[in-house]
Ligand binder design. Sequence first.
Ligand code: BTN
Length: 331
Amino acid sequence: MTLSSAHAAPIPTALLQLLADGREHSGTELGERLGISRAAIWKQLQALDELGIALEAVPGRGYRLREPLDLLDAAAIHAALAGQLELASLEVFSRIDSTNAFFLSDDRPTESNLRVALAEQQTAGRGRRGRAWVSPFAGNIYCSIKRQFPCGLEGLSGLSLVVGLAIAQALEALGIAGVQLKWPNDLRADGHKLGGVLIELAGDAGGPCTAVVGFGINVKMPSDSAQTIDQLWTDLRQLHSQLPSRNTIVAGILLRLAQALAQFAEEGFAPFAAAWSARDEFRGRPVQITGVNVQQSGIAVGVDERGALLLDTDSGRRAIVAGEVSLRGSA
Ligand code: BTN
């Protein structure tokens, strides 16, 4: 696991890995296994507390996490992908500002294979429209993928829809059913937001361009972090009682996404339109689209072959390429 520089206290990764099993560990055992003093262990335990990781001291016996931790592990992800998908790179950060920002400032050449960055925590996670993406430690999935596309920016319309669809399909293949989509980039379940996609682009408008495809999925959102989320949200643990590990979920998503991105690079959005529309939470419902200066109302009827939202209005069918969708009558 890579430890990025940040202003907060460093994350004691090795200690966390020992405690992740949720069993009791004495201070002496932890000190011996890490080769540091008991005082140093105590300091690191305090750093865990600051991260919001609930820790219990068992008098006379040691320490244990209140709940076992399911940590991200690059080796486990590589193992799950073996023979199926070769990545140009896979980096797992304990803490980073934003996995999207990491790739936007990364000047290594973009390979034909995918580069992938994951983080346990983001200190400046980015959402769409300049919003923050709440990114507490070790609860969720924060992932960015860097890939080159042969077309210019114009050809990438529909990309965020393809990403959302591939994630929903991957989750279903892992036994997590019921994930729906909200145009253009939300993953939803039971009418609540489960995750989102943020695509940021580098490159010429005309020639080949590099896309940073970021996605966040709520897996086990801690309740104190949830208080800062300004909309109805859900997480995978509310959808499925026996979740696979986050490493298994990430590997399943990467496999599906790699296939979908390759097909999108060749064929564009058209082959995905029907499957996207079938998962559209608002299909057939009265919606309002809020654009920069305009509002339009109508019935959402799915998406077209470019990924534009189709809206049946009083004056006919319109294809919407930008805007925020809300159900008519809701806030
Ligand atoms: C949205 O607003 O719905 C999009 C959220 C995208 C969040 C992900 S988390 C990984 C990647 N890094 C970021 O800073 N943002 C994206």
